[in-house]
Ligand binder design. Structure first.
Ligand code: DAH
Length: 404
């Protein structure tokens, strides 16, 4: 081995030994001992010191302390270990590395040392005390929130003149508000609230509602299938069947809930939206009951000036079927862009429950009859608050939501 090769190997070996030393050991040596004789090696060494400092601080914060006394002790120990004037790691670095650095490396070491000194203030007593949690704090805060009487033991060390934690107030989502308003109107008429699953069987979503697989009307609902027997319900109508099975007749129910469709989102379509379904089943229920009830509902919801109009339509689960229109809430029936100059806006589907549907619900259509309706909640909210984009309801933008 030539002399120059040997020279090159020794520093490498030293560097290797260096990497196995603890940080305290390294600090007890000089830069020369550590073979840190280039600005890069010095940068690396100071980097190691900084990460050791950081991880010791984090470990203390993560561990916390049982009580105030233990916290003070632990904080003091860490502070002294790094910052004590005599024997603290920072001052040892000053002694062993900076002061003993060869002249040409002094500026680099000095710069790194100053940075370290700054970083090391994170373990000074004041800033660290704030970060280390005391276990006993937790019950104190809980008690303070619950408003339970304080015991001397609990309040020790707490400043009771500090203001409490103020939580920003939220508000009820406009869709929920409208849903509740609709519920209230029908609750006042003696209806009760029912709910059903959003992941629904093809049977309840379609077959039981008189929409067999072969029926072209299935295509009216752009269905999201979970598998061949299960769908995300495309409407709240399946709850009609579930409620009939569960309670039998007579039955007056309202079912608010989510529905899903494989629609492209735009200003009037969303893949998830809300519906309210209504169903009344009793002896001698007639179309007049349907008209009277929905007319009453529309006036309650949109105001007394509203007029209603029933237009024939088709739904497989009602016979006859209709669509309820109201006089346009925007122009009062004069004709405008929203009502396409017709003066009327169609607001929901409805009809007399098909005998086959009653039968699927276990109710004898010879003895009972019923009416039903289904409406879109977002659509109602859009009309009520003059909102032109359904997407706004589902984006969670506080600037929109705080207006309600
Ligand atoms: N389920 C229908 C839909 O989603 C709405 C509907 C129409 C519900 C007529 C009914 C009804 O209960 O009778 O489009």
């Amino acid at each position: 081995m030539s002399g120059s090769e040997a020279d090159r190997r020794i520093p490498n070996q030293r560097a290797h030994t260096r990497s196995r030393m603890s940080i305290d050991e390294k600090i007890s040596k000089t830069l020369n001992d550590l073979d840190a004789i280039s600005p890069e090696a010095i940068g690396e060494l100071f980097g190691e010191v900084t990460s050791a400092l950081e991880s010791e601080r984090k470990a203390l914060i993560a561990a916390g302390a049982g009580d105030g006394r233990e916290r003070s002790q632990k904080v003091k120990d860490l502070r002294d270990r790094w910052l004590a004037r005599k024997g603290g790691l920072v001052s040892l670095i000053d002694e062993n590395w900076l002061k003993k650095a060869p002249k040409e490396l002094k500026p680099a070491v000095g710069r790194a040392f100053n940075q370290l000194r700054q970083v090391a203030t994170c373990v000074d007593t004041e800033s660290l005390l704030q970060e280390v949690r005391v276990q006993a704090d937790v019950p104190v805060r809980l008690v303070a929130h619950a408003g339970v009487e304080f015991t001397a033991e609990v309040i020790r060390g707490q400043d009771l003149t500090l203001p409490g934690y103020r939580q920003p107030m939220g508000s009820i989502h406009p869709v929920t508000q409208v849903m509740r308003e609709i519920e209230d109107i029908f609750l006042g008429l003696g209806f009760s609230i029912e709910s059903g699953p959003e992941i629904e069987s093809v049977y309840y979503n379609f077959d039981a509602l008189n929409i067999p697989e072969s029926h072209p009307a299935r295509d009216d609902w752009d269905t999201l299938y979970v598998n061949s027997e299960t769908v995300l319900r495309t409407h709240t109508s399946p709850v009609q069947i579930r409620a009939m099975e569960k309670h039998g007749a007579p039955l007056y129910i309202l079912c608010p809930g989510k529905a899903y469709r494989h629609d492209n989102p735009d200003s009037t379509h969303a893949t998830m939206f809300h519906q309210v379904e209504g169903l009344a089943v009793d002896r001698d229920i007639s179309f007049a009951d349907l008209k009277g009830t929905l007319d009453y509902f529309a006036r309650k919801f949109f105001g007394d000036k509203i007029k209603t109009n029933f237009v024939p339509s088709f739904f497989p689960f009602t016979e006859p079927s209709g669509e309820l229109s109201i006089s346009c809430v925007f122009c009062g029936g004069e004709g405008c862009r929203v009502c396409k100059e017709s003066g009327w806006i169609e607001v929901m589907g409805c009809g007399m429950v098909h005998p086959e549907v009653l039968r699927h619900g276990g109710i004898d259509p010879e003895r009972y009859s019923g009416w039903a309706f289904g409406l879109g909640v977002e659509r109602f909210a859009m009309m009520k608050y003059d909102i032109n984009d359904i997407q706004l309801f589902h984006q969670g933008d506080v600037r929109f939501l705080e207006q309600f």
